[in-house]
Design a binder for this molecule. Structure first.
Ligand code: ZN
Ligand code: ZN
Length: 94
């Protein structure tokens, strides 16, 4: 499977960093589910190469959720302690 370059590019974009910061400030840096330290910003509607350029999805604060690593891994069914970016179906899960 080839790397989803569009997604990689998005996660390095300044617009994403700004959106992340806004979300982190709005939630006081806490996981929105358990109150632990939020480390990762999750997209409720999963980002794909088809919607990454749709800012109503990729940068919409309502579509973002600050999560701690545990809650984020649980959300995506990822194994703990593994820095995997792909779920069991091979989908990018950032
Ligand atoms: Zn949490
Ligand atoms: Zn996520």
């Amino acid at each position: 499977m080839s790397k989803p370059k569009e997604l990689h590019r998005f996660y390095k974009s300044k617009a994403w960093l700004v959106a992340r910061n806004i979300k982190t400030n709005a939630t006081q840096g806490k996981c929105e589910r358990c109150g632990a330290i939020g480390e990762e910003v999750h997209h409720k509607i999963r980002l794909t190469v088809d919607n990454v350029n749709d800012t109503n999805i990729s940068l919409n604060q309502d579509n973002l959720e600050l999560l701690c690593r545990d809650c984020h891994n649980k959300e995506h069914g990822r194994f703990k302690k593994q820095e995997v970016l792909f779920d069991v179906f091979g989908n990018f899960t950032g």
